[in-house]
Design a protein around this ligand. Structure first.
Ligand code: SF4
Ligand code: SF4
Length: 352
């Protein structure tokens, strides 16, 4: 509690990843009130955590974003200057041409704001990756005239669009993502439907990403998907393919929110109580490599935010070696409980 109070008094300290990690390792975990994640997974023989099979290469094209969402684990916003350079993109393309991963997942910030975004999509699509995901916040498409034709661009390269939408009602969405975000998101979903996304026979995939608006775990993914589909169809004639329900991990802006709202301990108890040993074997880091805007390699984008680089001889995209990376030990800490709570959580939704 003393640490909590002192960190609240010096809230800005939590912008440093090492302080977030220290915070997560102290308090209720140091006092032994809750088990460390490594001890918890050791109970079922899952420590050390190792990769299974590389399936997804996730590239973060930069932390710049037109939004400043209250729970953003990337701490993204319009003032962030970190952007993947063309040189790093060329190194990524070299890896994409030789990787065994079948999915390329572009994320940010708003990945579309990277000035080389379109060039990179064109080049990467030539590499013949099976599933090519762009994580779009939707509103970027209306933010500036130069983005208005992105739905057509996505269609041309058969990009699988995964769009964030915290809820199917205006109030909850705007509360988490900013005033006016809901209306803009609806408009862009309609634009995507108009060019063929989520329409039968088009082959163009449009998925929604839901994360809770507060310090609670997501409800059942199937039930949420049914509710979203019904409401969006009835209210706005919008269609989409699947909904991914994602648990908020206690890092970055969401960790600050938990502390400021005095929900941190309750939330960690809830995550540990909901620990699901069956989810451990499928956590995202067992089939994904995450690449930061400056080319460093991480087990997942949460570890990227905590600056926990892969535990391997190769740490940068320029020295990428899939065999060595497949033999690494995954770096874990208490934030990992967010991936194993309930039905489990990953960028592709629940794990069961
Ligand atoms: S749109 Fe996504 S990346 Fe941008 S601030 Fe919101 S959560 Fe973060
Ligand atoms: S936070 Fe990252 S390292 Fe931890 S379990 Fe989740 S995916 Fe794996």
């Amino acid at each position: 509690m003393a640490l909590l109070k002192s960190l609240k008094a010096r809230k800005s300290d939590l912008s440093k990843p090492e302080n977030q990690l220290a915070f997560l390792n102290n308090g209720i975990f140091k006092e032994g009130k809750l088990p460390l994640f490594k001890d918890k997974i050791a109970e079922t023989g899952n420590f050390p955590l190792k990769p299974r099979k590389l399936e997804i290469l996730q590239l973060n094209l930069g932390y710049m974003c037109n939004q400043v969402c209250s729970h953003c684990h990337v701490d993204a916003g319009p003032d962030r200057k970190e952007i993947m350079s063309r040189e790093t993109m060329l190194q990524c393309l070299d890896v994409i041409r030789h990787t065994k991963a079948h999915t390329l997942d572009l994320t940010g910030g708003a990945p579309e704001m990277n000035p080389n975004f379109r060039w990179f999509v064109e080049e990467a699509s030539k590499a013949g990756i099976k599933d090519f995901i762009v994580r779009s916040n939707l509103t970027i498409i209306l933010a500036n005239k130069k983005y208005h034709d992105l739905p057509e661009f996505f269609k041309k390269y058969n990009v699988h669009v995964a769009s964030s939408l915290p809820f199917y009602k205006r109030e909850k969405t705007d509360k988490q993502r900013g005033k006016g975000v809901f209306n803009k998101s609806i408009k862009v979903l309609q634009m995507l439907n108009e060019v063929g996304y989520a329409q039968e026979g088009s082959g163009l995939k449009l998925d929604l990403v839901y994360n809770p608006a507060g310090a609670f775990l997501p409800a059942n993914q199937g039930g949420l998907e049914r509710d979203f589909k019904k409401a969006l169809k009835e209210d706005f004639n919008i269609e989409f393919n699947s909904l991914f329900a994602i648990t908020n991990l206690p890092i970055s802006r969401f960790l600050e929110y938990l502390i400021a709202s005095e929900n941190y301990e309750d939330y960690m108890y809830a995550l540990v109580d909901a620990y699901n040993p069956a989810a451990v074997q499928n956590v995202m880091c067992t089939n994904t490599i995450s690449v930061s805007w400056d080319g460093w390699l991480y087990d997942c984008d949460f570890n990227q935010m905590l600056e926990l680089k892969v535990n391997s001889k190769v740490k940068h995209i320029s020295e990428y070696n899939e065999t060595l990376l497949n033999n690494r030990q995954i770096r874990i800490s208490q934030h990992c409980y967010g991936c194993t709570a309930g039905a489990g959580s990953s960028c592709q939704g629940t794990l069961d």
